[in-house]
Design a binder for this molecule. Structure first.
Ligand SMILES: NC(=O)C1=CN([C@@H]2O[C@H](COP(=O)(O)OP(=O)(O)OC[C@H]3O[C@@H](n4cnc5c(N)ncnc54)[C@H](O)[C@@H]3O)[C@@H](O)[C@H]2O)[C@@H](O)CC1
Ligand SMILES: Nc1ncnc2c1ncn2[C@@H]1O[C@H](COP(=O)(O)OP(=O)(O)O)[C@@H](O)[C@H]1O
Ligand SMILES: [K+]
Length: 522
């Protein structure tokens, strides 16, 4: 997929590599990058709070380059007429490079400095300086890893005391937040606005960071595009550019042009799941949609919906090995298969899946109980040799990875990447900030965190939607990205109509076509 459908989300390491290449290979000095960062942050602050003239601004400068940015912003704030106190956590003699240069310039301008040394509290300084109108947080940037040192944790807690009375601007990232996982370690500054330099770091795209970052502004600092392209970030955030991938309908098309989706799922008590998946496929424009299920459940699965066809398999109400044989004469009619919604956990189902895996299948989306069976019988994956998209929620991913769902959630990006590497399939790790991970390590993050999508059957709709895109001959990666984004847009629309939730999964399916009304050119 072309990268203009997504914006880069570098890891802290990748960002450092861009900085280094810019400074060392390209020859743009670090002072220039820092100046751009400082000026940009000053601009973002004035856009947020208006003129800073006469405001009391407390600037916290850590001992690394994030602190250097802070000294630089302090200079521009003082130039704009603010009353500035910079509290620096490093000793003056310990600053290095561009940070040291900016510290000296701030000093030359006569800006008031205070040494926030280990054992000292930020509150002592506030006592003398007065309550700040604004706090600029340049304590820690992307150079921070691991757990916060005790004194740093206390300083962060002190900054947060002013959350309700002062405007807090974090430079690059709220201090204490991991640029990789978006998790506090264990506390982080609660900013009103974060100005992040050149590109949002991957951690800032994780939903867990939202309560700390406030609004995020990305401010270019002059890293040349060719450097970003020659060492691209492994992760990126999907944008609505991904909607351009949707094949445009043709006035003279016939239903066969839009693919025939087969959904294999349904079991006693779980007949709604394949039905909802069918709605997801129909509402995203599949030409034909058929549910294949145990014959005894076909009527229930169809649920009286004339838009859904059924392919009754076998005789009873359970999946079994023989049904794979029943399927053979029909397989050539289908352009893509969704495997698993509501398929159930009866032992005989595994026999069906084993026999199915030996057949020549079209492209597959594997979800729900099919993922459960893959965790029980991992060799299924090797036998299913067709191109596949796997769509686990954190519990399903955990079962296949052999870790807990909490472990998955604690570092969703790595879990998604491990899952894709282990299964060799394009993988959609569902949940707020859904991640699409590819076996080569690349990953896309969805910008949507929307509680209206957190309803039973929402994943089935996504499964049907993903399969309908595959059925239209989209590449796996493109189909997965578009499906996740489109599902998110539908959720966004529902959040306007149902502000306190209460929508159903069918509502999500039904919202799909209209969700594109504003964004796709007719
Ligand atoms: N490298 C560059 O060329 C540029 C860097 N920039 C800024 O520089 C930042 C990265 O700078 P650095 O790599 O110097 O790192 P940081 O300034 O983010 O952090 C390094 C400092 O954090 C302290 N630290 C590390 N782990 C800690 C822990 N567990 N508990 C408490 N303190 C800890 C260290 O003592 C060290 O002094 C970016 O976030 C950005 O703000 C910008 O100025 C743009 C250019
Ligand atoms: N808070 C949220 N923000 C964005 N998407 C969400 C959120 N909660 C759930 N979702 C999405 O809703 C769907 C839920 O799927 P899943 O967990 O498989 O449920 P089910 O099996 O009931 O359909 C997934 O696409 C998931 O990404
Ligand atoms: K910071």
């Amino acid at each position: 997929m072309e990268m203009y459908h997504a914006v880069p989300l570098p890891t802290p390491e990748e960002m450092t590599a861009w900085d280094q290449a810019t400074i060392e290979d390209f020859g743009l000095r670090q002072e220039v990058l820092m100046e751009n960062a400082g000026l940009g942050a000053h601009g973002v602050l004035e856009d947020s709070v208006g003129s800073v003239e006469g405001l009391s601004i407390l600037v916290i400068a850590g001992s690394g380059n994030n602190g250097g940015d802070a000294f630089c912003v302090a200079r521009h704030l003082a130039n704009s007429g603010a009353q500035v106190l910079v509290l620096h956590t490093g000793k003056k003699k310990d600053y290095r490079g561009a940070a040291a240069a900016n510290m000296r310039l701030a000093q030359k301008m006569g800006i008031q400095l205070g040494h926030l040394a280990k054992g000292r509290s930020l509150l002592e300084f506030v006592h003398d300086f007065g309550e700040p109108d604004v706090i600029v947080d340049g304590l820690l940037g992307t150079g921070f890893k691991g757990e916060l040192r005790e004194e740093t944790q206390e300083w962060i807690e002190d900054i947060n005391i002013f959350k309700s009375s002062a405007f807090i601007l974090s430079l690059d990232i709220p201090s204490g937040l991991s640029g990789l996982t978006g998790e506090p370690a264990p506390v982080a500054v609660m900013a009103d606005t974060t100005v992040t330099f050149e590109a949002a770091k991957i951690g800032l795209a994780m939903p867990s960071s939202a309560e700390f970052t406030g609004d995020i502004h990305v401010c270019g600092i002059g890293i040349p595009e060719f450097i970003k392209h020659s060492t691209p970030a492994t992760c990126s955030m999907l944008t609505d550019g991904v909607l351009d991938l949707l094949p445009a309908p043709h006035p003279e098309m016939h239903k066969g042009d839009a693919g025939h989706v087969l959904i294999l799922g349904g079991s006693i008590g779980l007949t709604g799941a394949p039905h909802l998946a069918a709605l997801g496929a129909i509402r995203s424009g599949a030409g034909l949609v058929t549910i294949g299920c145990p014959a005894g459940l076909a009527q229930e699965v169809k649920g009286g919906n004339p838009d859904i066809m059924t392919l009754p398999l076998g005789k009873g109400t359970y999946w079994n090995e023989g049904m794979a044989q029943d399927l053979i004469p029909h397989l050539s009619r289908f352009s893509a298969i969704l495997l698993g919604p509501g398929m159930g956990r009866d032992e005989r189902t595994l026999g069906f899946l084993r026999a199915l895996a030996e057949l020549d299948l079209p492209k597959l989306v594997v979800d729900a109980d099919a993922l459960y069976w893959i965790a029980q019988a991992p060799e299924l994956l090797e036998h299913l040799s067709t191109p596949m998209v796997l769509t686990p929620h954190p519990g399903e991913a955990a079962r296949i990875l052999g870790i807990s769902a909490e472990d998955v959630q604690a570092d969703r990006l790595h879990a998604a990447q491990d899952f894709a590497a282990q299964t060799g399939a394009v993988s959609i790790l569902k949940g707020a900030g859904t991640i699409i991970a590819l076996p080569d390590g690349r990953a896309y993050v969805s910008p949507f965190a929307i509680s209206n999508l957190a309803v039973a059957g929402s994943g089935d709709v996504l499964g049907g939607l993903s399969t309908s895109l595959l059925a239209r001959d989209m590449e796996l990666e493109d189909a997965a990205c578009l499906a996740v984004y489109w599902h998110g847009l539908a959720g966004g629309q529902l959040s306007e109509d149902f502000p306190v939730r209460g929508n159903t999964a069918s509502d999500i399916a039904n919202a799909l076509p209209k969700a594109l009304k504003e964004t796709v050119d007719a």
